[in-house]
Design a protein around this ligand. Structure first.
Ligand code: ZN
Length: 94
């Protein structure tokens, strides 16, 4: 097994990490909402990439979750009413 002939000095070793500092990240602006975004990635603000919607944003997920919860609670209330014998008011169709 090949082994290094000499120990690498601390100075020599640490030069490897010297240019690894915090760098300014590049960014692009979204063509849909003009928010700053990571280039070549979908916009986190509106979920668009190259003029097409590809992601659900956090706000949309929250709304969807709230709607689902409301629907679930409505169904549970209907079941409760059925069990208790009180008729559920349904919209009249003409
Ligand atoms: Zn956007």
């Amino acid at each position: 097994m090949p082994v290094p002939k000499r120990k690498r000095s601390r100075a020599r070793r640490d030069k490897r990490f010297a240019n690894k500092g915090v760098k300014v990240r590049s960014y692009a602006s979204c063509s849909n909402c003009s928010e700053p975004k990571v280039p070549h990635a979908a916009c986190a603000g509106c979920g668009y990439y190259r003029g097409r919607k590809v992601l659900n944003t956090k706000a949309e997920r929250v709304v969807k979750r709230a709607d689902a919860l409301k629907e679930k609670q409505g169904k549970q209330a209907a079941v409760q009413n059925k069990l208790q014998g009180t008729p559920v008011q349904e919209p009249k169709s003409e």
